[in-house]
Design a protein around this ligand. Sequence first.
Ligand code: SDX
Length: 428
Amino acid sequence: MSEFAEITLGGQSYKFPVVTGTENEKAIDISNLRSDTGYITIDRGYKNTGSTQSAITFLDGENGILRYRGYSIEDLAEKSNFLEVAYLLIYGELPTQEQYKNFTYEITTHTLVNEDMKKIFDGFPVNAHPMGVLSSLVCSLSAFYPMPVNPLSDRTYLDLSIVRLLAKMPTIAAWSYKNSQGHAVNYPKNKYSYAENFLHMMFALPVDDYEPDPVVANALDKLFILHADHEQNCSTSTVRLVGSSHATLYSAISASICALWGPLHGGANQKVIEMLERIHQDGGDISKYVDKAKDKDSDFRLMGFGHRVYKNFDPRAKIIKKAADEVLESLGVDDPLLDIAKQLEEIALRDEYFVERKLYPNVDFYSGIIYKALNIPVNMFTVMFAMGRLPGWIAQWLEMRQNREPIGRPRQVYTGANHKEYQSLDKR
Ligand code: SDX
């Protein structure tokens, strides 16, 4: 039996159909609300508003569940690898051995970028934040590797564009770092895996025989998996909105990199480490900072805590916390910031303010501890998030285009001046 919602406006009753998802999530379809009633809804920050129906990622915020195409994040983080997860997110199913081999080969052999892109790198000051460099260079791919106006019209070329993005992102990211150090860039090597190649391009120097540490590469691959998609978060909603105007995939991804950069979103992982450093340098007085986070007159927030959807533990934070212990032990790193983070979590989760607001550690709370142990510079942390999130952004953009979603164009309630007669300057 079909379900519907009934509202009464101006004494008249209106019914709107209820949509039920495969995990029994419910939504009221208000597609005809304005045409039927003249009313719109308003929902600051879209806290109660669904922008689409998607088959890619499922989140259950109350129970701390995250699944990519039905597979649990715990299974994928433990048993899969990043390129396999990227294929799963983008093409909808786990690849066969043949598909995986071809996909990996294509990505491995498209890691070079057009040499003219170096001129763009050279145009940035050395202190440019790598997220700004990354967004600019990704957008420049539209110029170096033009896409057809209708990317779905040529599936082979579309798949090549997807491969180019996945393959060239680590090169652009690593080169932005090398540029900031005034170092010569390292070219990718086909003998390396995805994560190993990134580490090679980041850390190899002409004066040594750097070889990526397998422990570090595995940790990075797992972190990429954990960041790969997260349904309609701020940056993914950006890729869908920009893509809905039929701008190119590259420009939509460039825009989502900028959205992720914000400290309330992906930029939080950099802010968490800066916060932990500040607490450490201030003598490690955890309670002082928990109190500051609760003080409405203070603009201090516990970075890495809280989430719009998760009102329970972020399952990714649990996995990353465990991985942090394992990676630091394996690398013989003793980082006081990890102890501070654990104490902060323990105190906050016992504190009424955090309990009442269901504020738990999110994906950004522990990830920086691992990046730091892997010698990733702090201002590159959000770039790591972007590299991990790339397949999710691509998958969401592709689903939006394949489903022929209309251009995104929200309405508003106007609160400005009513009509005024114009008065010429000499009369004012
Ligand atoms: C990511 O959406 C996604 O899926 C994002 C992400 C992904 O994978 O794409 O998971 C990645 O962005 C994780 C979040 C990273 N950001 C941070 O860690 C920044 C710190 N956290 C917050 O600023 C905040 O929790 C947000 C932005 C994450 C969520 O904000 P909401 O949902 O708008 O909630 P809110 O700001 O309205 O907070 C509700 C209450 C407020 O108090 P009251 O007004 O009710 O008294 O909780 C308080 C807030 O002041 N609060 C915090 C807090 N987070 C919320 N108080 C102190 N410290 C915090 N971190």
